[in-house]
Design a protein around this ligand. Sequence first.
Ligand code: DP6
Length: 336
Amino acid sequence: MSKATAVAHSNLAFVKYWGKIDAELNLPLNSSISMTLSNAKTTTTVRFDEALPHDKIIVAGEEQDPTGRFAQRISQHLDRIRTLANQQAHAEILTENTFPVSAGFASSASGLAALSLAGSAALGLNLSERDLTILARRGSGSASRSIPAGFVEWYAASTSEDSFAEQIAAPEHWDIRDVAVIVSSEEKAISSSLGHKLAQESPFWQSRQPLLPQRLDTVRQAILDRDFETFGRELEAEAISMHAIALTSSYSTNNHWHSGIYYWTPDTLELLLAVQQWREDGIPVYFTLDAGPTVHLICPAAYEAQIQDAVCQIQGSRNWSTLVNAPAPGAYLVIE
Ligand code: DP6
């Protein structure tokens, strides 16, 4: 086979990957736990063709500049797949997302996961799920967690072959929702890759690290026990812990000094405060945030509509949008 199509979902981390021990291999400083997202999906077709002079990358029907940063990242990942299969042919890649790339979802997670599966299958590599997570991780750390289904843990390790992701629980295990409130569609100024690099600059880095093994145990167990309150408290505290590191990672651009990375907008903060109030009003809801202003409201499925209403009430005339996600399947091949 020289052509294959794969689907992968983005994922949302409850215990965050923030900082690397090896940026080339994407080896994380700590393990992380996430959930795949049903409505944030990438579909990618890879076709290898000896006649192509270079990799041709088409996103939602638009051919990308092969010298641009995005195309280079894809080609670099294709090189990893070509090396594994001992092949040299260039490829045509057709890819599209069900969600806007700037919406605060890790499109690199679903994108690199789908590319890893489609690319390896197209070259006849029959990789195990574990090896696929390792390959996807090389493209983008969080992509490793978009290969298995449902609730997933990605392990920190000092070698590439030991830093893989695996399922903690299937999507059907727990009917929870992520009501993602997209408050801004502006592209973030500081990429997560730079955020990872700066993380250890924070004076609070040292105090976050020792808390993580216990936090991972608590979140994993709360998922297994379907203990929503323990789960929610821990994931909200974790989101703030990651952002406390970002907010205190100072950096300079063009000789301008910044005291830290502000991924939030005033609307983000308004929602974080609203969540505290909603809980006081008896709604079981907790938040998490990735490296951007989108607020992910986590609740039992039965509360989804109530939370959407509550969001509408404070939104007013602002241009927010919501995307609701349930736990999703892992990456899969589409049989044509
Ligand atoms: C805040 O996986 O996007 O979403 O490995 O450099 O591609 P690279 O970084 P990426 O980082 C994700 C950071 C995060 C937290 C998380 O998903 O765990």
